[in-house]
Design a protein around this ligand. Structure first.
Ligand code: NAD
Ligand code: MG
Length: 390
């Protein structure tokens, strides 16, 4: 097979999640273009086994080492290499044949394997926004040093990336990220005091993992996306705007210096940005449902309310302060989201804990990788204590 016809070899970190399973659907639609090289998961071993049997990758990794024997035994009749543990995740992405690593795992845990993949010069299809929130500066430096492309999968950033196509050298005035507003967009502050995890887990437009669904309800997700945009597109924080657009049809926009605004539109379906990250710079045919303007007659826009959704303001503040502050916010947020899902902190209480963790954790203006590791640990411990104290 010559180089041109070679199928892209794809490794998926977090193949059992919402993004991971949709990525497998994309690969399934284009067996002539893409092949699964490695699949990885944290805990869901049964699903990983089923995926491995179906897609026949070279290797699978389960992060939770307790599940190794079950995985190994279930795949014993197939020539698939089976590994377990965090180090194996970092090693697998370095495998020579891999072309693209899709980072679809959730949270801070994505940072280390993403760094390994960049150093191994694999194109990164980046879904794990926490990696850029925590260590955007470090990731950008590494990507430059190793000349590794980072292709956005987050729908807003894919939209901006698509709007920027053909605009090399043209000055961007603003990046305008759209936000659905989440399930509590119209709730009053009083109503927000008593909302439950069950209510927060019902997103109006997107089916996603539980952590990002809660982040969407608090608008921390949009705050993280603002930070993600800063690092992906090299814009100044003052150039990034958020507009609430409840229909999620415009996925984001770019305003240029001549006042022209370009928007990328479509039905909310994560398979499109995943596919675009795989096919870039080409577009390939998809069977995804098309937007029908006879049914889509009312696109609306409103300003975000940072009094009710304080996490958005906290994320902006962290971006302006820089250094390890976004890493602190991310760590505190992972702790409070988990606590909220377990009924240990209220919806509005989450912002209080994050804000206090921001003031109590040691600030580092120019963090190294080791500083990020230490910051993540310290902030998690402070946020946990704050929750236990209340
Ligand atoms: P999810 O919870 O559905 O799936 C997470 C996946 O990561 C699972 O396969 C899980 O096994 C794996 N994982 C979790 N913790 C791990 C660990 N410590 N080590 C190894 N593997 C681990 O999450 P999701 O909704 O698919 O989101 C994944 C990432 O993509 C997140 O960073 C999220 O912010 C981002 N994202 C998701 C969407 C979406 O529509 N779901 C949209 C944009 C961005
Ligand atoms: Mg998004």
């Amino acid at each position: 097979m010559n180089q041109q016809n070679k199928k892209k070899q794809i490794a998926i970190l977090g193949s059992t999640g919402s993004i991971g399973t949709q990525a497998l659907q994309v690969i399934d639609e284009h067996p002539e273009l893409y092949e699964v090289y490695a699949l990885t998961a944290n805990n869901r071993v049964d699903m990983l086994i089923a995926q491995a049997r179906r897609f026949q990758p070279e290797a699978v990794v389960i992060a939770n080492e307790d599940k190794y024997t079950q995985l190994k035994d279930a795949l014993a009749d197939l020539p698939i290499k089976v590994y377990a543990g965090d180090d194996a995740l970092c090693q697998i992405v370095e495998s020579e044949p891999i072309d693209v690593v899709l980072t679809a795992m959730v949270g801070y845990a994505g940072l280390k394997p993403t760094m390994s993949a960049i150093k191994a010069r694999k194109a990164i299809a980046l879904a794990n926004k926490e990696t850029l929130v925590v260590a955007g500066e470090l990731i950008n430096k590494l990507a430059q040093q190793y000349r590794t492309p980072i292709l956005p999968v987050d729908s807003e950033h894919s939209a901006v990336f698509q709007c920027l196509s053909g605009e090399v050298g043209n000055t961007i005035e603003k990046v305008i990220l759209t936000a659905s507003g989440g399930p509590f967009r119209t709730f009053t502050y009083e109503q927000l005091q008593t909302v439950t995890p069950q209510q927060a887990l019902k997103h109006p437009n997107w089916e996603m993992g539980s952590k990002i669904t809660i982040d969407s309800a608090t608008m921390m997700n949009k705050g993280f996306e603002v930070i993600e945009a800063k690092w992906l597109f090299g814009v100044h924080p003052t150039q990034i705007e958020v507009v609430v657009h409840p229909q999620s049809v415009i996925h984001s926009m770019v305003q240029f210096e001549d006042s022209s605004i370009k928007a990328q539109m479509g039905l909310p379906d994560m398979r499109l940005p995943i596919q675009y990250a795989f096919s870039y710079p080409d577009r390939v045919y998809s069977t995804f449902e098309r937007l029908d303007f006879s049914k889509c007659t009312n696109l609306t826009f409103e300003q975000p309310d940072t009094k009710r959704f304080r996490n958005l303001a906290l994320a902006y503040e962290a971006m302006y302060r820089g250094g390890n502050m976004p890493c602190i916010v991310n760590a505190a947020n992972e702790i409070v989201v988990d606590a909220f899902l377990k009924g240990k902190v209220s919806f509005l209480g989450m912002s209080n804990v994050i804000e206090k963790t921001m003031t109590e954790t040691s600030f580092v203006i120019s963090p190294t990788y080791d500083d990020y590791v230490a910051t993540d640990k310290e902030a998690r411990s402070i946020a946990t204590q704050l929750i236990n104290k209340q």
